[in-house]
Ligand binder design. Structure first.
Ligand SMILES: [Zn+2]
Length: 274
């Protein structure tokens, strides 16, 4: 009897404490779709894992993630350009970079789900490599969330990274997209100057961190390896530590965008994660 009442009081306290202190909740999110946004192949895995598996070819997944929130749709990463779907041999990579194919387009997959580009409330990209920003201009009116450091990073030959007419919110750190803690952009620089990841709290699946390229595949994550071409080795290491801290604190899963075995095992549209 006494033990019961203590437990009840504890539960009430915990509920109160939880409500007051926990910013992370599933609040308005109810669906997350993992969308095929390209298939990559590269001649040498050690491009990402210096000194390890030199000369071993590898396959890469390339995912976009479509999230439904009570306030609207949100897209994380846009994949390799849909134009690749029309290239019979795909897009050839140079100097060890992956070659990309597309058996299906992002636009077609959104359409199949009944989602029009103008239905989106926002989009965000983890960073500005071509396998992540390829379809930003499918959504010319939709607010783009990107770190200022990434937006201002000069592109090849000094070109801007984005169409200057695209509506943009330039972030300097983390950002709670819907204001309820359910979808949070996490600043994880290092792979590029303004690289970011995404923490999503789903009602049934729980917390998931969408990696961006904070790591490219599980073995690199487990061994905290930093690709030689990352813009900062120190920031890359710090960002992996930061993500590891979030995984521990929020009991979150890490979904690694380019990890093909992990991606192959995930639900695909019309299935989704709740
Ligand atoms: Zn990248």
């Amino acid at each position: 009897m006494k033990r019961l009442s203590v437990a009840a009081a504890g539960a009430a306290l915990l509920a109160m404490f939880g409500a007051m202190s926990s910013p992370a909740s599933a609040a308005g999110v109810d669906k997350l779709y993992v969308i095929d946004c390209g298939q990559g192949s590269a001649p040498d895995q050690s491009r990402w894992s210096p000194g390890v598996n030199v000369g071993v070819p590898m396959q890469l997944s390339d995912n976009c993630y479509l999230i439904h929130h009570a306030q609207g749709w949100f897209l994380w990463d846009t994949g390799i350009t849909d134009a690749v779907a029309a290239m019979p041999d795909g897009m050839k990579g140079e100097n060890g970079a992956p070659s990309w194919k597309r058996t299906t387009t992002l636009a077609g997959q959104l359409e199949a789900l009944g989602v029009k580009p103008s239905d989106l409330k926002g989009i965000a990209v983890s960073h500005t490599h071509p396998d992540h920003v390829g379809n930003v201009e499918l959504f010319p009116q939709v607010m783009l969330y990107v770190q200022k450091a990434e937006y201002d990073w000069p592109g090849p030959a000094g070109a801007p990274r984005f169409n200057p007419n695209h509506p943009v919110t330039k972030l300097e750190g983390d950002h709670d997209v819907f204001g309820d803690g359910s979808v949070t952009i996490i600043s994880t620089p290092g792979h590029t100057p303004g690289h970011q990841s995404l923490l999503v709290i789903l009602p049934k699946t729980g917390a998931v961190v969408l990696s961006g390229d904070v790591a490219h595949f599980k073995d690199n994550w487990d061994n905290r390896r930093v690709p030689a071409f990352n813009t900062s080795k120190e920031q890359s290491a710090a960002s992996m530590d930061r993500v590891a801290g979030i995984l521990a604190k929020d009991h979150a899963q890490l979904w690694i965008n380019h990890d093909k075995p992990q991606s192959d095992a995930q639900k695909r549209p019309p299935d989704f994660y709740e």
